[in-house]
Design a protein around this ligand. Structure first.
Ligand SMILES: [Zn+2]
Length: 99
């Protein structure tokens, strides 16, 4: 059996998240027009298949980023140093936890 590995970099994953969101938006628009009992099972099947596909992709939430104060490079929120200019980044501002 061919063991296929799909390796994506952070930019690809970010693009995928955007595309998944776009497809979901379009699906909601199209599926919103299908309300008869005839189309309902197909709608449910499509939603389940889509949800399985998104689950397989396992994209997770978009990572929080912040801009380096020195060089404006985009850094991960939890990073302690800028990956571009290596300055020490200040501790990320702690956000109030949503209830
Ligand atoms: Zn920097």
């Amino acid at each position: 059996m061919n063991n296929m590995m799909l390796t994506l970099n952070a930019a690809d994953v970010s693009k995928l998240r955007t595309m998944v969101a776009a497809v979901e938006k379009e699906m909601a628009l199209v599926l919103g027009t299908l309300t008869t009992s005839e189309t309902q099972p197909r709608k449910t099947a499509l939603e389940m298949t889509w949800s399985n596909l998104v689950g397989m992709l396992d994209l997770g939430p978009e990572p929080e980023m912040r801009v380096c104060p020195e060089c404006q490079h985009l850094c991960m929120m939890g990073a302690t140093r800028c990956a571009n200019c290596w300055i020490q980044l200040p501790a990320p501002a702690t956000k109030a936890k949503a209830a």
